[in-house]
Design a protein around this ligand. Structure first.
Ligand code: 6PG
Length: 270
């Protein structure tokens, strides 16, 4: 199980709403790191422990990571000792929750950035990398990525993949992956991957959909900075999830929010 302390959200014994399909599921965990270094180590810890456990149980680790700036330090640390030696790289299968439709050598490419940050320095077999490809057209890219999921997870019609771990970020507007507030993609129920346009920078993008992300065994959100504090508060206190990040509610898995003190600053103290 992922480490971390339970959220303490005030004297009123505020609990998260009963959102779980399984009534026995635990509440989301909230971990507030004292500084950037601790945040990075906790995120690395999540990766390493989930990888080790998944490989022991299922012989492989299927993980989907995000773009954005927040996870970059964690990615770099994965390629440093001690993680470098501990991670069973040959058994890791790496996917992206979303991708910007730019060539891989464009600095805005999530895959290209990950390649630079850690993939070029770790012994992961090339065949274990499953980047989304958005160069030709976003729709074609989304279709191809969906086919890649179908192939890898041996999915039948109507089935969704189950990732061992999904790392997500959140924008100050509450978006996550490339699921933006008000966008129809947010309510997609059948497709596993869709094409969208939006974000900062505004680009054509490819994103995994809610039914995919919510089937993960574990979802870990990383969010830092004062500019996200209000959104973190809103997402955690909403009885009815309205923001994309709030719609990430694993059907059977665990949910963790890994925050720095600034991002957590508007949560009620216990
Ligand atoms: C992307 C992301 C996106 C990101 C958030 C947070 O490719 O843009 O996957 O959802 O995680 O925008 O980004 P920051 O970490 O840069 O705040």
């Amino acid at each position: 199980m992922l480490g971390g302390r339970r959220p303490s959200l005030g004297g009123k014994k505020r609990r998260f709403p009963p959102i779980w399909k399984d009534p026995f599921m635990r509440d989301p965990q909230v971990v507030i790191a004292v500084n950037a270094q601790e945040l990075t180590s906790r995120a690395v810890e999540c990766f390493v422990s989930a990888a080790t456990e998944s490989v022991a149980r299922r012989g492989r680790f299927a993980v989907a990571i995000s773009g954005g700036s927040t996870p970059r330090e964690m990615h770099r640390m994965l390629a440093e000792p001690p993680s470098l030696a501990v991670i069973p790289w040959a058994k890791i299968h790496l996917f992206w929750v979303d991708e910007r439709c730019v060539p891989a050598d464009d600095p805005r490419s999530n895959f290209g950035t990950a390649r630079k940050d850690f993939l070029s320095r770790v012994p992961i077999p090339e065949k274990n990398l499953h980047p989304a490809e958005g160069k030709s057209s976003p729709e074609k890219g989304a279709e191809d990525y969906e086919l890649e999921l179908i192939r890898f997870f041996h999915l039948e019609e109507g089935e969704f993949p189950v990732f061992d771990l999904v790392f997500l970020g959140m924008g100050a507007d509450g978006h996550t992956a490339s699921l933006f507030p008000g966008d129809g993609a947010l309510h997609e129920e059948k497709r596993r991957v869709v094409a969208v346009r939006g974000g900062i920078p505004v680009l054509n993008r490819i994103t995994m959909t809610c039914p995919v992300l919510n089937r993960a065994r574990r979802i870990v959100f990383l969010a830092v900075g004062q500019e996200k504090a209000e959104t973190v508060r809103a997402v955690m206190s909403a009885d009815i999830p309205r923001l994309p990040a709030g719609m990430m509610r694993p059907l059977q898995g665990e949910l963790m929010w890994l925050l720095d003190q600034a991002a957590a600053s508007l949560l009620e103290k216990g």
